[in-house]
Design a protein around this ligand. Structure first.
Ligand SMILES: [Zn+2]
Length: 318
């Protein structure tokens, strides 16, 4: 057990979790997920994919915690008005990996938990897995460097779209990696039909740019990317599209103004933290849950005790 986990255990046993819960009652907790690892072998990526069992256990833990879980839109609105119920939580899922549809949605349905999917759409409806992620996966399994993966990505992305799947298969064969990832659709993005069905079954679908751009480097494209992403999702899922997640957490100081001008009402980062009443709705913080987050850290985040900052110190000084 790490030092951090020991400190958190001690904090829980000495009542600090309860103190944190009181001090941060009006703060919004936002959980962030990506997809699940549904392919044989070890999960790839730091927090991009988590094991289905862990996701299910976490959702059950959340349910048992007694924290009210609200739809994101409602939570953001109540946070702005300072009327959030105590220790409220919103669940967000980035990208729209196929496993979100096949494995996460049934868990959310069974536990009756609302969640928001930030869907990136260029790959939706194309029979092509996400090229850069596959290239990094293949190179990692074969013990090659990230630089090799970047090089392979650049070469494959220069090809016409219809030739890229074959190029990925060749790369995998050349590196000696089995094609399990292809059969499980591990690196595919949900199709328009899947997006429509997910929304019909209660998943809130929101914005994440059409091409998963880096907002810091491509701020000039942000408005057009939102418009394309929105048009695609409006046709596929038909929702009110007013919430956004910065792809890869990449931020630019002009983004909030541009997003507001595009009719967007909130935006989430990958920066860890809680959101106090009156927080800027365009820089909302989250806990990115994943294999590196232990149960005690997850509980600490829900209690508001994961970040021993202002509220606790102020409470203790009072
Ligand atoms: Zn993303």
């Amino acid at each position: 057990m790490t030092l951090k986990q020991n400190v958190l255990k001690l904090s829980r046993s000495t009542g600090l979790f309860e103190a944190a819960r009181l001090a941060t009652a009006g703060h919004l907790r936002i959980l962030g997920y990506h997809g699940l690892w549904v392919t044989p072998g070890k999960a790839f990526g730091d927090c991009t994919f988590i094991m289905p069992e862990q996701f299910e256990r976490r959702m059950e833990r959340l349910k048992r915690s007694g924290c009210p879980v609200l739809p994101l839109g409602e939570a953001v609105e109540l946070l702005g008005e300072g009327k959030l119920p105590g220790s409220a939580v919103a669940i967000t899922i980035d990208d729209g990996w196929t496993s979100t549809f096949t494995h996460m949605l049934p868990v959310l349905e069974a536990l009756d938990l609302p969640a928001t999917l930030y869907a990136t759409t260029w790959y939706s409806g194309r029979a092509l897995p996400v090229v850069n992620v596959v290239a990094h996966y293949l190179c990692a399994v074969a013990g090659r460097s990230g630089a090799d993966a970047a090089l392979a990505t650049a070469e494959i992305e220069r090809l016409p779209v219809e030739d890229r799947l074959l190029a990925l298969k060749r790369l995998g064969a050349c590196l000696g990696v089995a094609e399990d990832w292809l059969e499980t659709r591990q690196f595919n993005i949900m199709s328009p039909d899947e997006l429509a069905e997910a929304r019909h079954r209660g998943l809130d679908i929101q914005l994440h740019t059409h091409r998963h751009i880096h907002v810091d480097r491509e701020i000039d494209r942000l408005a057009a990317e939102i418009a394309e992403n929105r048009a695609f999702l409006a046709e596929a899922a038909g929702a009110e599209l007013v919430h956004f997640c910065y792809p890869s957490g990449s931020f630019h100081p002009d983004a909030p103004r541009l997003l507001a001008a595009s009719g967007v009402r909130s935006a989430t980062l990958v920066t860890e933290g809680l959101n106090r009443p009156g927080a800027d709705p365009f820089t909302l913080r989250r806990l990115l849950d994943g294999p590196r987050v232990s149960d005690i850290e997850f509980d600490a985040y829900l209690a508001g005790a994961l970040h021993f900052t202002g509220p606790i110190r102020r409470l203790m000084a009072a």
